[in-house]
Design a binder for this molecule. Structure first.
Ligand SMILES: Nc1ncnc2c1ncn2[C@@H]1O[C@H](COP(=O)(O)OP(=O)(O)OP(=O)(O)O)[C@@H](O)[C@H]1O
Length: 873
């Protein structure tokens, strides 16, 4: 009898039973192992079969795992760049590689793909510990590398951490041991090596040094030696940079094994990207900021990075330019900012299209800001390598870009020679003089009005000079060729800050040159003279910096000449420079009034409104214009007497009283022959504007008259003795100045207090932790859809909160990244609300920072702390 269910049913009954789930998993594992082994074999073959043929262009043509290929594809990386084509075959075969290629040519993928692949082929799990270390010289670059790793590694199951400093070291210690890949800066890595129990690198497979020449140079030498000592000898080492080191010493430190040198663009005619246009401009130091400002004003619709040589300079230029408002949003980035702030600015600059960012060399290497139109190197880079890295922030991958380098007359000849010897094509351009705008007067105004800006300016001045002084290449950098006084004036400073080391160095150099020519007695005499000079200089510096403390043994002898009030002290200060000299002359002048009142009062009716330098001869007419320009509170107004001044000696400054604040304001006068047509036009417009804005009052008969009117001489004289009136006026102003000075001091006192509070807050945070800082983040994505990996189940809940999913859009991914990197969403939101203000209002920003600091400790934290204290914990 046939089976009623048919032959099909019979056949099934004879079939072997289906494999169990466990068997299926085992089979899949076998296939995976075989697949991974094959990949390894193919990679080895590729490395030994010589360079790739010209037709091999796609990542899919290399022995790369499907997980990485999918990550690359989702990140829109399909075709390899030249450095990737040349370095990947060796790196995938676990060879040591020294990779050098132009900036923006895709070196990051050339080391990240092998990192993922080598761990993948070894079926790495969290039980295997740390498999790859990627070291970067700056935190921003580490963040960027980590982001690229997250993008292309999103389908892998490795845990990855970002270890770049900040305050969450204790939290990091708990999870850093579980990481398979670490992206880090040398300092923090070393800290974990030293302090974190159980942090081991014995199983390390791959060590990567991005910007290798920088990491191996003097700055990181000690840390790197200590790090390398903790690593196993048997490992792969990948070194990448646009300016690769070939120093045998450096390479010996890393114990490289027959490294492959992959220099991609070495035979190119030029060492910079082909779509990069480079220019330089010879600018006198005192005109540098004018030039920079003018350049920014004429490039408002662009995205630009401006490099300066020190944090202080970056801060000064940023703060003052924010006040001047060039018409483009401003950002600044330097190493003294808090980590959160740095990351926030870094991300903001990436997003924005029309923006100018002032920064130090922390942004010079590796950072991949999209679509930067201009890189302006306002201060000369220390060498050609630094130039290359800075200018490489534009014209990345296949984009075009432009670079502009400002060179001082003393720097230009040697620096241009050095650049051309490195095959850097750079052309000289001359600025259009009619487009040059001046900011020095405004800076002067800010320095006068805001003591903090003045101090910042002074420190910017000193750090700039010091940076020039410390440069190694003395044929380019000559501190003695710098016009210090004019430079200080161009920053708006009331005098040239004393810089001891400049003179000392000159003295030393001189003595060195002379010492061979002099007899021993002469030499000894010379030495004593020099010592005495330095002693004098030290005393001068001491007096300058600490004028309140100069009491002592010779108190009596000083007493007669010693100024009594703060105001007098200010006048008496010898090196307070332009403004103090100015006041000095003012005092001299009015002293003259006392003794020779008739003569002086006869000369000038308007002394009670406009105070002049003793040595300049403004006409009465021009002074009344000063008066009108100051009458509506235009404290930065340029006085309108340029035409009258024609042919005269250049007038330095005028002081007038701002009727709104009652305070004196500096009104610099520029002789018209030194002004461009445009400047003259601007001045005229300003004067006209001021005239239009003149306030009017109406008398009893309804006649309009200006609110301020010049008295006639007779009625003025009837008020009393001219000398006395002048004295009275001066007394009034003295007390106004004293009042302003007291306010300054009170503000400074408040600031000190706030700083102390913030410091305490920081210390508290360090003890009890805080939110919103970078620490370790974990990269671990699930790839169930691939079904190729074994879930080791070793990741804790702490890890899973960082787990990423498949992102649908770049924004989603970025948001996720930011969350992963330890930022609280609410914190980020409240910060981003303030971000627009940030670019414009420094004062507001400062208070906002304080608000954040004060609220850094949550209520829960405070309660917890209170409980701990109660329990005596
Ligand atoms: N294969 C590729 N296809 C498309 N774009 C790529 C590819 N490789 C890299 N890029 C892009 O090129 C840009 C520069 O890459 P990367 O930052 O790696 O350059 P770099 O050589 O490391 O530069 P630097 O020397 O300044 O550090 C990045 O925006 C990156 O996304």
């Amino acid at each position: 009898m046939t089976n009623p269910k048919g032959p099909k049913h019979n056949k099934k009954a004879t079939k072997p039973t289906a494999p169990t789930d466990k068997e299926k998993r085992q089979q899949r594992r076998q296939v995976n192992i075989k697949f991974r082994e094959d990949l390894g074999q193919r990679a080895l073959q590729l490395a030994t079969s010589g360079p790739l043929s010209d037709e091999t262009k796609l990542f899919t043509e290399l022995p790369i795992s499907p997980l990485t290929l999918k990550g690359l594809e989702r990140s829109h990386y399909i075709e390899m760049t030249e450095i990737q084509r040349k370095a990947l075959p060796y790196a995938l075969a676990r060879r040591d590689v020294l990779g050098a290629a132009k900036t923006g040519s895709g070196k990051t993928l050339a080391f990240l793909i092998p990192v993922l692949e080598i761990l993948y082929r070894r079926n790495w799990t969290s039980l295997d510990g740390l498999g790859a270390l990627i070291i970067s010289p700056t935190r921003e670059l580490a963040v960027q590398i980590f982001e690229v790793l997250r993008k292309i590694g999103r389908f892998h199951r490795f845990s990855a951490g970002l270890v770049i400093g900040g305050k969450r070291v204790e939290e990091e210690k708990e999870i850093v041991n579980r990481m398979n890949i670490l992206v880090c800066t040398p300092g923090r890595l070393l800290q974990h090596m030293d302090e974190t129990a159980g942090f081991e690198c014995y199983n390390l497979q791959t060590l990567v040094l991005d910007e290798a020449d920088r990491i191996l140079d003097m700055g990181f030498k000690k840390s790197m030696n200590a790090i390398i000592a903790n690593l196993p000898q048997q490992r792969q080492t990948l070194l990448f940079s646009a300016t690769q080191t070939k120093s045998v010493k450096d390479l010996a430190r890393l114990s490289l094994e027959k490294p492959e040198y992959v220099g991609v663009h070495e035979k190119d005619k030029f060492s910079t990207p082909t779509k990069l246009s480079q220019y330089y401009m010879v600018v006198d130091l005192p005109q540098k900021l004018d030039m920079l400002y003018s350049f920014m004003k004429t490039h408002l619709s662009t995205k630009m990075i401006i490099f300066l040589s020190s944090c202080k300079q970056v801060r000064f230029v940023y703060e003052t330019f924010c006040m001047i408002k060039p018409g483009v949003p401003l950002l600044h980035l330097h190493g003294k900012q808090k980590q959160m702030k740095r990351v926030e600015i870094f991300e903001k600059f990436k997003r924005m299209n029309k923006v100018a960012m002032f920064c130090t060399d922390i942004a010079a290497r590796g950072l991949d800001f999209p679509a930067v139109d201009w890189v302006v190197q306002a201060d000369c880079p220390e060498d050609c390598d630094t130039y290359l890295h800075r200018v490489g922030r534009t014209a990345r991958y296949d984009a075009a870009g432009k670079g502009l380098l400002f060179l001082l007359p003393s720097e230009a000849p040697e620096m241009t020679k050095a650049l051309s010897s490195r095959n850097i094509p750079i052309k000289e351009i001359s600025p259009k003089s009619n487009k040059l705008l001046s900011v020095s007067q405004q800076l002067q105004h800010f320095c006068f009005q805001d003591a903090e800006i003045k101090y910042l300016g002074q420190r910017a001045f000193v750090t700039y000079i010091r940076s020039v002084y410390l440069q190694k290449n003395k044929s380019v950098f000559n501190v003695e060729a710098l016009p210090l006084e004019q430079f200080a004036e161009s920053l708006g400073l009331p005098g040239t800050p004393k810089i001891k080391f400049v003179k000392t160095s000159a003295a030393k150099n001189k003595s060195y040159e002379l010492s061979n020519l002099l007899s021993p007695e002469e030499r000894e005499k010379k030495r004593k003279e020099e010592m005495a000079a330095i002693e004098r200089e030290n005393t001068a510096v001491h007096e300058e910096s600490d004028d309140e403390k100069d009491s002592g043994a010779d108190e009596d002898t000083k007493a007669a000449s010693k100024p009594k009030t703060r105001m007098e002290k200010m006048f008496a200060r010898k090196n307070a420079g332009v403004l103090a000299d100015h006041y000095q002359k003012l005092v001299d002048h009015t002293d003259g009034c006392d003794t020779d009142g008739a003569k002086d009062s006869g000369d000038d009716d308007n002394d009670f409104i406009t105070l002049k330098r003793a040595d300049h001869n403004l006409s009465g007419e021009s002074e009344s214009e000063d008066e009108s320009s100051s009458s509506d509170g235009e404290t930065s107004a340029i006085s309108g007497n340029e035409e009258e001044n024609e042919g005269e000696e250049p007038v330095v400054k005028t002081i007038a009283i701002n009727p709104d604040t009652g305070l004196p304001v500096v009104i610099p006068n520029i002789p018209s022959q030194e002004m461009t047509k445009k400047q003259l036009l601007k001045v005229k417009q300003k004067v006209l504007k001021n005239m239009r804005n003149t306030k009017l009052v109406f008398d009893d008969e309804g006649n309009a008259r200006p609110i301020y009117q010049l008295q006639n001489e007779e009625s003025f004289r009837q008020q009393g003795d001219v000398g006395m009136l002048v004295d009275e006026f001066q007394q009034r102003n003295k007390s106004l100045m004293e009042q302003a000075d007291m306010e300054d001091r009170e503000t400074a006192r408040q600031k000190r207090k706030e700083k102390k509070l913030a410091k305490k807050q920081r210390e508290r945070e360090e003890m009890y932790g805080s939110d919103g800082e970078y620490g370790v983040a974990v990269l671990k994505s699930t790839s169930e859809d691939e079904g190729m990996d074994v879930d080791d189940g070793a990741h804790s809940d702490a890890d899973s909160q960082y787990s990423s999913s498949n992102y649908e859009s770049a924004d989603e991914e970025l948001a996720e990244n930011m969350a992963t990197l330890g930022r609280k969403r609410s914190f980020a939101e409240s910060d981003s609300k303030n971000s627009e203000e940030d670019t414009r209002a420094p004062a507001k920003r400062r208070s906002r920072v304080l608000e954040i600091d004060n609220s850094a400790m949550s209520l829960e934290d405070q309660e917890r702390l209170a409980l701990q204290l109660l329990e005596g914990n």
